[in-house]
Design a protein around this ligand. Structure first.
Ligand code: KG4
Ligand code: ZN
Length: 351
């Protein structure tokens, strides 16, 4: 089954084709992402209306380009998957409108995909995908969640952030130190030159039981340290390193606890912050110490993309799920309300 995936929930237009007749990464026939970073940079954050309009401009050319790269025609498609939420309502409607219309015209089913389920399943696109049960750490610009995955589609929230998401904390901290938008990757790059230990910030909420997070206080600690410092380039890098270490260590401690609580040893990590090198290394080390396994998507599938939507949608379409021909989006959507996927999707794709 060849499924077109469309992602337009925020500031990236993502399109991909996934073919379930092939295994893992081989199923990804083509994927392309157009990032709106330059468009929003001068405002220091995403402007929703500009995001929607740019998706309108970029989506159809990107679909044509992706199909051409896959060597396919629209008539070769067996289904269309699109992000229906959570996200910016106007941006989501662009993808939903195009996806539904295309599916209607081609007389193929269309399926609404939960953006965070897309992220969560992205590590399964890779070679030798893990089988549930496992624990997923979802760390993006809008979410920080620990989820117990009993089966594909059955998600139990173990813990989440009470305020800022991890990516949001990276972005806001970067901004207060004067780094350009989007700050997360820039801050991580700066931290590479930082001296470990010169600035030590708290590991929030690790001194008490539980799996929730809080990152907003950390941002304030950095603000105070930055204000009181000489603000020289090396100090900036040292503060960035101190901040990154605090976030990474906090996430690692809670991931360890979540694995204990769920009684399993496989962790999967997804979402934009999953691209952070130090987080990847720290979680690898933790998994090795436990005799377990940690799985990440490749770097370009950590941040928003159409491949994860094509893949998640393909699993649901293969399980016979799709909705009526109605352009509907769900800007706020709890992942725990999703329907389970009846068959084992990994082996379903691996014939
Ligand atoms: O998943 P994503 O592309 O979009 C959302 O659904 O939010 O995640 C974007 C977030 C941003 O906050 C960005 O700063 C952060 O991921 N991010 C990083 C890195 N790359 C992206 N944060 C830390 N280190 C990175 N290397
Ligand atoms: Zn995302």
């Amino acid at each position: 089954m060849k499924v077109l995936g469309i992602e337009t929930s925020c500031d990236e237009t993502g399109v991909a084709v996934y073919d379930t007749a092939r295994t893992g990464a081989g199923g990804l026939l083509a994927h392309a992402v157009y990032s709106q970073i330059a468009l929003h940079a001068e405002y220091g954050g995403v402007v929703p209306e500009l995001a929607s309009r740019d998706h309108v401009r970029k989506l159809l050319p990107l679909i044509r380009q992706t199909l051409a790269e896959a060597g396919l025609d629209t008539r070769d498609l067996d289904g269309v998957a699109y992000t229906a939420g959570p996200g910016l309502v106007g941006a989501l409607l662009v993808g939903a409108g195009v996806a539904r219309s295309l599916a209607w015209a081609l007389d193929v089913p269309a399926v609404a995909v939960h953006h965070m389920e897309g992220h969560l399943l992205a590590p399964l696109i890779e070679h030798d995908p893990p089988e549930p049960p496992f624990v997923a750490l979802l760390v993006s610009g809008g979410h920080t969640q620990l989820v117990a995955v009993d089966a594909i589609g059955s998600y139990r929230l173990l813990g989440e952030t009470l305020d800022d998401a991890a990516g949001e904390a990276f972005d806001k901290t970067a901004k207060l130190m004067g780094l350009p938008y989007p700050g997360g990757p820039q801050l991580a790059r700066l931290a590479e030159d930082g001296t470990p230990g010169r600035f030590r910030f708290a590991r929030p909420m690790t001194d008490r039981p539980g799996l929730d997070f809080s990152f907003s206080g950390l941002k304030t600690q950095v603000l105070l340290a930055w204000r009181d410092s000489d603000q020289q380039p090396q100090t900036k890098a040292d503060i960035a390193r101190g901040f990154e270490d605090a976030v990474v260590e906090t996430l690692a401690i809670k991931c360890g606890r979540a694995l204990d609580e769920a009684g399993c040893d496989t962790l999967i990590v997804a979402g934009g912050v999953g691209a952070n090198k130090r987080l990847r290394a720290r979680l690898q080390e933790m998994a090795a110490r436990r005799g377990g396994r940690v799985c990440f998507p490749r770097l370009d599938l950590c941040t928003d993309n159409g491949a994860m939507i094509a893949f998640a949608g393909a699993l649901r379409l293969e399980a016979g799920q799709h909705e009526s021909a109605e352009v509907k989006v769900t800007p706020r959507w709890d992942m725990a309300t999703l329907a389970p996927v009846a068959r084992n999707p990994v082996s379903a794709g691996a014939q």
